[in-house]
Design a binder for this molecule. Structure first.
Ligand code: SF4
Ligand code: SF4
Length: 267
């Protein structure tokens, strides 16, 4: 996981072909030491996977396991794994058996000990990597060799990247605009759509949303039944609201054009 303490980051920019030696397994003397006293940012897809894994709603997940913060550069809300509430360690770690949600662990945990950074350029997102070398981590003394690319594949990180790319682009776009002053209403809207999918579903189906935006029957069915489809729909909605692109069309009979006035408010 990416610790925001930059002292532990080996300052070498890595490419997908960069090599490193590393192996983590229950036999290492530091087993689970990396699952505490760190900061894990939870992405929308991380939360989707974890709440499904635990069989709880997104609002319950956020209430039990997460804390809310604001990204200082973009002004958009972030969700962090709430370690302080669990004695400074991840709520899903156990001393002997390790991670209790391993197959649904967050992207940051999958990447570790590789960290990932992203820049927005004229060509799109430029993703780069670096090594997070912490003294307590003995995985670097093991004999397996990887490239960043083979590590990502082995850890299932590529799919997570794909699912989180739109979210990351929105965070970066707002950061590079130099205007972190997102008002509270838009912060709350972003938080609900990205992180609290079950609330967003209620918002779509129980507010006047479907009288404002054109959403065909097939899409309605898919977003009603499927969290991932709803998340993808959420990206379209936020792009419309934040005027990145008019991904959702207003209903021709709707009195307002898409944008802040046509958002329909939660509740
Ligand atoms: S989710 Fe799993 S791997 Fe990630 S910090 Fe928690 S226990 Fe460790
Ligand atoms: S080897 Fe590193 S990644 Fe594995 S348990 Fe130890 S500290 Fe964590």
């Amino acid at each position: 996981m990416v610790d925001l303490n930059l002292n532990v980051v080996k300052p070498i920019k890595m490419t997908p072909q960069s090599r490193f030696r590393f192996r983590c397994h229950p036999g290492v003397p530091c087993f689970t030491e990396c699952c505490g006293r760190t900061t894990i940012i939870l992405t929308p897809y991380d939360i989707l996977r974890l709440k499904q894994r635990l069989g709880i709603t997104s609002d319950r997940f956020l209430e039990l396991y997460a804390s809310r913060d604001v990204h200082d550069k973009s002004g958009l809300p972030l969700v962090l794994m709430d370690m302080p509430r669990y004695g400074g360690v991840c709520p899903f770690v156990r001393p002997v058996s390790g991670c209790q949600v391993y197959t649904d662990r967050p992207a940051t945990c999958r990447y570790y000990p590789v960290g990932q950074g992203t820049l927005i350029t004229e060509e799109g997102l430029d993703e780069f990597y670096f090594l997070v070398k912490e003294d307590h981590c003995k995985g670097f003394l093991e004999d397996a060799e990887w490239t960043v690319e083979t590590w990502k594949k082995d850890q299932g990180a590529d799919y997570y990247d794909e699912m989180n790319r739109e979210w990351k682009a929105m965070m970066l776009r707002r950061s590079s605009s130099g205007k972190p002053d997102v008002d509270e209403r838009h912060q709350n809207l972003f938080y609900m759509v990205m992180y609290d999918l079950d609330q967003f579903r209620r918002f779509v189906f129980k507010s006047r949303f479907l009288t404002v935006f054109e959403v065909d029957d097939d899409t309605r069915q898919r977003i009603y039944e499927d969290d991932l489809e709803l998340l993808k729909f959420g990206y379209q909605y936020l792009k419309t609201v934040f005027r990145i692109e008019p991904a959702l069309k207003p209903l021709s009979a709707a009195p307002e054009s898409p944008g802040p006035k046509a958002e329909a408010t939660p509740g």
